[in-house]
Design a protein around this ligand. Structure first.
Ligand SMILES: NC(=O)c1ccc[n+]([C@@H]2O[C@H](COP(=O)([O-])OP(=O)(O)OC[C@H]3O[C@@H](n4cnc5c(N)ncnc54)[C@H](O)[C@@H]3O)[C@@H](O)[C@H]2O)c1
Length: 341
């Protein structure tokens, strides 16, 4: 359904900027899009992609008053300073993940928040394959969830604004929390900083959920990825997410848009626990394009702004709650101990 036009202010237009632009275009709302970025190069790229001169600027002044909603796509370590003056402004805010670089910043933003919709950019909550698996989980078809295993790694630039925990693991931690319907009660993590830049480039994370279920997440930019990345040119990626329950399992390969639903449970036969395998379904046929997923996030954001739906990834769970989990991951890695939340 077509959404009514609005003035959108996007703050930051780096690598992910063109995907956001394509998403607004696919929703038919790009005519209301204004972009600000301090980088000449970023602003030129924006113009090259068709934004008119009067809708591109270096800073929010002059654009903010007219904005009906704001999207923050600046580097993660700038999110707090960019968002702080917007909290309490009443303007709906979409903040790319992770909401902030630290727990203190996340709590600071939450304290300043007024009566405004805030959505964190947890992309996979709008991904059709993840949504299908979430529906399987919620319907009970997979039974009791026991284990989530996820891998998000490949050769790519080591970002200047965060490590692989804040940039990549955060996606699959959120997805695991979403599937489990809870935040973990404890985490155990090992990280490495091979480049000595103060950020992790490899992380192995275990999450312990209140139900007793576990998740294991491997992320890194120093080990191979199986496929070429569809967002950052020249990078490789493996992005796999597996959910195992007592009555079945789901395997998602995000790079190939493949979903396998295993209808299987173990049963005791002749004294041995054997799998009773009732078959595998591959219900999804189409390649999922990143800008379509982002368009889904934006559509959900607009529905929340219009009061038609709850926020897809809200500030309490996905901003502050996630910051608590990430903080525990870093404390666990530093202390080499399991950390309770
Ligand atoms: N949801 C996802 O799947 C996804 C994917 C990629 C990136 N991200 C997130 O989006 C954010 C941006 O990522 P990116 O890869 O585009 O980063 P990037 O480093 O490529 O680009 C950031 C841009 O922000 C600009 N900038 C810096 N300070 C600014 C400020 N104060 N105000 C406005 N603009 C400013 C820079 O000039 C640059 O053009 C990060 O938080 C990242 O974690 C999310």
């Amino acid at each position: 359904m077509t959404k009514p036009a609005r003035n959108i202010l996007q703050i930051g237009f780096g690598n992910f900027g063109p995907t956001h632009l394509a998403a607004w275009r696919s929703l038919g709302l790009a005519d209301g899009l204004h972009v600000v970025d301090p980088s000449d190069q970023a602003r030129q790229r924006c113009r090259d992609l068709g934004l008119p001169e009067d809708r591109v600027g270096a800073s929010p002044e002059g654009f903010l008053d007219r904005a009906d909603l704001v999207v923050v796509l600046a580097p993660t370590d700038r999110h707090f300073e960019v968002c702080q003056p917007l909290m309490g402004s009443g303007k709906p805010l979409f903040i790319e993940k992770p909401m902030t670089a630290t727990l203190e910043e996340a709590e600071g933003l939450a304290d300043l928040r007024g009566d405004q919709t805030v959505q964190v950019g947890f992309y996979f909550r709008a991904h059709p394959l993840a949504q299908r698996v979430k529906a399987e989980v919620d319907s009970g078809v997979l039974g009791d969830l026991r284990y989530i295993s996820a891998r998000f790694h490949g050769f790519k630039r080591a970002r200047g604004d965060s490590g692989v925990v804040g940039n990549d693991a955060v996606h699959f931690i959120d997805q695991a929390n979403w599937m489990m319907g809870a935040l973990p009660k404890a985490v155990d993590a090992v990280t490495r900083d091979h480049f000595g830049r103060g950020y992790d480039d490899l992380a192995l994370i275990r999450l312990f959920y209140p139900s007793g279920a576990l998740a294991h997440i491997e992320v890194g930019c120093i080990q191979p990825g199986r496929w070429n990345d569809n967002i950052v040119p020249g990078s490789t990626q493996t992005k796999e997410f597996v959910v195992a329950g007592s009555e079945g399992a789901a395997e998602i390969d995000y790079q190939t848009s493949e979903l396998r639903l295993h209808r299987v449970h173990h049963e005791l036969v002749d004294g041995l626990w054997r799998p009773n395998n009732r078959g595998v379904e591959m219900p999804h046929g189409a390649i999922v394009e990143p800008h379509d997923v982002v368009a889904g996030e934006f559509a959900a954001f607009l529905d929340a702004v219009d009061g038609k739906a709850p926020v897809l990834a809200g500030i309490e769970e996905c901003g502050v709650g996630m910051a608590r989990v990430l903080d525990a991951v870093h404390r666990s890695a530093a202390s080499e101990q399991r950390v309770a939340l």
